[in-house]
Design a binder for this molecule. Structure first.
Ligand SMILES: Cc1cc2nc3c(=O)[nH]c(=O)nc-3n(C[C@H](O)[C@H](O)[C@H](O)COP(=O)(O)OP(=O)(O)OC[C@H]3O[C@@H](n4cnc5c(N)ncnc54)[C@H](O)[C@@H]3O)c2cc1C
Ligand code: FES
Length: 304
């Protein structure tokens, strides 16, 4: 591996149940669910001490009687832990519909977040590129790299994410209803050509990240991506999130461009919730949803 695994312990056992204190509507599809931060000792054990928090790691979020799914922390302060949730299916819709006083279980942290970030100082030569709810995943990087440029790609104005922690952003929309019309890769190409960047951290639709990685590789600039795969156990046991021999829940979800060079499925294939491999239409010029599905079954193809 090109980097070391985190030394902080993984708390794979019982979820810590936290109170919902606020649910803030962010745009047409996303809300941020703010949870009361646990006491200092518990927060430290959960990797939520302010000085220890590693953006890109994730928690298994438990809604009693429904399910448990992975989410990244998009906001952390002395009092609250924020999860920015995009409504997609039953779980995210229920989580988005929580109200103050509700209870949410958090188990973790899991996985390997962005690393080596401190060497970039205030981040003046760093870009944080987000798309969709992935913009929430890169948001806490701004606290570590206050001068980094945040670039966001969104389908349309109604789904642009404006978390306060993101500060000023360069916004692209596919339909031109806000910011520049097009994709963040256009901005990135210009910046790389001008020699203005030392590193890029990104999370969003895989097609966008494929474009980001490819441009950074060409320019010889460091790049890390936070990858999403359908997860079940979150601790490396079930194989559901496996990508070319790497378990995204353990070896990732953050990977370097060098690691991704050994992962040909990046941008091309992932397993759906039943464990079947589905293909992704990886056009580097812009984000696309999964388009075709085959019937290749896997040894991990059990239903959730
Ligand atoms: C490490 C990690 C961190 C994550 N962090 C966040 C986060 O911060 N915020 C957040 O909202 N989600 C996050 N997710 C995704 C989250 O875990 C759920 O998969 C998501 O909320 C959908 O769950 P659901 O049960 O509501 O929908 P499902 O029933 O699983 O899916 C509903 C529909 O949405 C589609 N769908 C599901 N996922 C995607 C996708 N990625 N792209 C396109 N279509 C999709 C499905 O194909 C299906 O058609 C993260 C996932 C991982 C692996
Ligand atoms: S979810 Fe990664 S191995 Fe089970």
């Amino acid at each position: 591996m090109a980097h070391e695994h985190p030394t902080s312990g993984v708390r794979a056992a019982l979820p810590v149940v936290l109170d919902v204190v606020e649910v803030r509507r962010e745009n047409d599809e996303m809300v941020t669910v703010f949870l009361a931060r646990p006491d200092e000792a518990e927060a430290a054990a959960m990797g939520l001490a302010l000085a220890e928090f590693v953006p890109g790691r994730f928690f298994m979020v438990w809604l009693p009687g429904l399910d448990e799914k992975p989410y990244a922390v998009s906001h952390l302060d002395d009092e609250r832990v924020g999860l920015t949730v995009q409504r997609r299916g039953p779980f995210s819709t229920t989580l988005s519909g929580m109200a103050p006083g509700g209870k949410v279980g958090l188990r973790g942290p899991f996985g390997h977040g962005f690393w080596g970030v401190q060497k970039h100082g205030d981040g003046a030569r760093v870009a944080l590129i987000g798309g969709g709810c992935g913009t929430g995943v890169v948001a806490p990087m701004r606290a570590v790299l206050p001068k980094a440029t945040v670039v966001q790609g969104a389908r349309t104005a109604g789904v642009v994410l404006r978390l306060p922690g993101l500060g000023e952003q360069v916004i692209f929309t596919d339909d031109g209803t806000e910011g520049r019309k097009g994709f963040p890769t256009e901005w990135l190409g210009e910046q790389l050509q001008a020699g203005g960047l030392d590193a890029v951290y990104t999370c969003g639709p895989e097609a966008m990240m494929v474009g980001v990685v490819s441009l950074c590789r060409e320019a010889g600039v460091e790049c890390q991506v936070c990858m999403e795969r359908y997860m079940k156990c979150g601790i490396g046991v079930c194989g559901q999130c496996e990508c070319d021999g790497r378990r995204v829940c353990v070896e990732g979800p953050a990977f370097s461009a060098e690691e991704l060079a050994e992962m040909p499925s990046f941008g091309r294939r992932r397993r759906d919730k039943s464990g079947r491999m589905i293909t992704l239409d990886a056009c580097p010029s812009g984000p696309k949803e999964p388009t075709t599905e085959n019937t290749e079954s896997t040894e991990n193809g059990s239903n959730p």
